[in-house]
Write a protein that binds this ligand. Structure first.
Ligand code: SF4
Ligand code: FES
Length: 247
């Protein structure tokens, strides 16, 4: 494949960024999008040019490190992570624009790399449970009804990639936060801190510069793990109940 790439280059957090155009050829349609960028970087290195900075880790769709805005879509045209997106999803000769996540809460560090530590602060604020130390409890001592286990498991699939924030016109992190609140709120182990957790997480989210949810739904559409919009309803319900002491 031959492609024209318009890639966001920015030397640092305060530097002025711009889209730069690169022509790449000899790209296999079986390459992942990140492998295609690796090839481009090898060629830039060989020419003595600065390679493009981008994030990745597992490259298996499980760690949430990768994330690019590809031709205006978070993670590109397929419902998957950027590392699991393959070049066969594009046409030979296509022009592809590659940008970082755009959100005040995710400042750009360099090129395509953003600082997503605001998500870590939300998790730190409330994403924990208290357990008594000692021997592991007997597994059957805390029965979990199947529908609750299934919903907790579904919510636990969130990998914290941030595509929901990047896709949302309000740059809201409520789908991410809803997934975390739902995950722990469905399980017996998550009950003791349930009220405190939702309040702390929402306060940290709002303080980090994320916007509010206005039910547009782009977040869920962009989510590579299919987290549904109704986790935001659960988040709002937990917040309301926590304020009125109804847990
Ligand atoms: S809710 Fe989906 S899009 Fe948002 S951080 Fe989690 S996995 Fe990524
Ligand atoms: S690199 Fe881990 S999810 Fe993409």
């Amino acid at each position: 494949m031959k492609l024209t790439l318009k890639i966001w280059r920015q030397d640092g957090p305060r530097a002025r960024g711009e889209l730069k155009t690169y022509a790449v050829d000899d790209i296999s349609e079986d390459m992942s999008f990140l492998e295609m960028l690796d090839v481009l970087n090898e060629r830039l290195n060989a020419k003595g040019e600065e390679p493009i900075a981008f994030d990745s880790d597992c490259r298996e769709g499980i760690c949430g490190m990768c994330g690019l805005m590809i031709s205006g879509e978070a993670h590109g045209p397929e419902k998957t992570t950027t590392c699991q997106l393959h070049m066969r999803s594009f046409r030979d000769g296509e022009t592809i624009t590659v940008e970082p996540w755009r959100a005040d809460a995710f400042p750009i560090i360099r090129d395509l790399v953003v600082d997503r530590s605001a998500f870590d602060r939300i998790i730190q604020a409330g994403g924990f449970i208290s357990v008594n130390t000692g021997a592991a409890p007997e597994a059957n001592a805390a029965p979990v009804p199947k529908p609750h286990a299934d919903r907790a498991f579904m919510a636990a699939e969130c990998i914290g990639c941030g595509a929901c924030v990047a896709a949302c016109p309000n740059a809201s992190g409520m789908l991410f936060m809803g997934a975390k609140v739902t995950h722990l709120g469905e399980l017996p182990q998550g009950q003791p801190e349930r009220a405190k957790r939702v309040q702390a997480m929402v306060a940290t989210h709002d303080g980090a510069g994320f916007g509010g949810c206005t039910n547009i739904g782009e977040c869920s559409h962009a989510c590579p793990k299919g987290i549904p919009l109704d986790v935001i309803s659960q988040l709002n319900s937990d917040l309301r109940k926590s304020a009125s002491g109804r847990f």
